[in-house]
Design a protein around this ligand. Structure first.
Ligand SMILES: [Fe+2]
Length: 198
């Protein structure tokens, strides 16, 4: 079994969390640093969305940590977002890929939070959703429109931070560009508290 060294990416992602002052960012950064030296089995997963995500990481305005993500992109335990458990309809789920790096279902087990990467291909509308966990996204590369609560959609790019309170409705949609973001969940971590409208 070959393994992958995620330490450089984990420290780069922790640095990105620490560029903000949110309490949940500190939780995510601490988890990444705590597990940075873990040896993890390489997964060799390549979804149909993978080429588009690999390309968006190479764009000129991608954050510096995109280079670290690129190096291990094909070694991460990616899956289509919400597809295996039927949470998201197939035509949308097969256009988005997620990996839980750290968490109860993660590549590295941890019950205190979930930390991962989320990527959405171009021209994909990920409808309004709510969940019990508090959540922070930090966009790494690409462009998309995000909304939360009753506010209108706002265009977001690399470095933008989208912080969602527990049960606060939020959505993301893309047009001409894919996007990839770092995420962390804290608080009530169950996927059974996930809901969709739209
Ligand atoms: Fe969310």
């Amino acid at each position: 079994m070959d393994t992958v060294d995620l330490s450089a990416m984990f420290h780069a992602l922790a640095d990105l969390f620490e560029e903000g002052s949110e309490e949940i960012a500190a939780i995510g950064a601490a988890a990444l640093r705590r597990h940075a030296n873990a040896m993890v089995p390489a997964e060799h997963i390549s979804l149909t969305t993978n080429a588009e995500i690999a390309a968006i990481l190479q764009t000129p305005n991608a954050l510096p940590c995109a280079a670290q993500v690129s190096k291990v992109l094909n070694d991460l335990s990616w899956h289509y977002s919400g597809y295996d458990d039927g949470r998201i309809t197939e035509n949308v789920a097969l256009r988005m890929q997620t990996v839980e790096l750290i968490g109860a279902h993660g590549m590295i087990h941890d019950d205190t939070c979930r930390v991962g990467l989320f990527a959405q291909t171009a021209d994909t509308d990920y409808i309004i959703r709510t969940h019990a966990a508090e959540e922070l996204f930090v966009q790494i590369a690409g462009e998309g429109e995000w909304c939360k609560g009753d506010a209108p959609y706002v265009v977001r790019g690399p470095g933008d931070r989208m912080h969602h309170a527990s049960y606060q409705p939020h959505a993301s949609r893309t047009t001409g560009s894919a996007l990839i973001a770092l995420w962390v969940w804290a608080g009530e971590l169950g996927y059974d508290k996930y809901d969709y409208k739209g």
